[in-house]
Design a protein around this ligand. Structure first.
Ligand SMILES: [Zn+2]
Length: 124
């Protein structure tokens, strides 16, 4: 388990704790910026006979976060670590709604690590 240590004079520590509080508030309201190169997103199709020939080859493929906007221009963030690629919106000849999903691997670890790094920066 990692630790964050706030050191300094009482005044410095107070200042750093207030900065840390601001970061926690910001993240609670705005969340974390995703789609960065260190993220791995795995693609899942519905795995049935209706999966189209465009979506089918993506099944279980892993994409870096920064590859997603280019690969899936109509993608939509539908939850924390959940993306609907909306492949069919980019291919007018495809019928129906794309049922595929992309999920962020180790979402909790990645988000925890980013928060930790931000807090560590203000603790020094
Ligand atoms: Zn699809």
């Amino acid at each position: 388990m990692s630790e964050i240590l706030f050191v300094g004079t009482l005044e410095q520590i107070r200042e750093r704790l207030l900065q840390a509080q601001d970061i926690l508030q910001l993240r609670a309201t705005e969340g974390y910026p995703l789609l960065q190169p260190d993220e791995e997103w795995v693609y899942d199709t519905a795995k049935d006979e209706r999966v189209c020939p465009v979506c089918s080859p993506h099944d279980r493929r892993v994409f870096r976060g920064d590859e997603i906007p280019g690969a899936f221009p109509s993608f939509e963030m539908i939850g924390v670590g959940e993306i609907a690629p909306r492949v069919h919106l980019d291919n007018p000849w495809l019928q129906g709604e794309c049922r595929c999903g992309l999920s962020l691997l180790d979402a909790k670890e990645i988000i925890t690590e980013r928060l930790f790094q931000e807090l560590e920066e203000v603790s020094r």
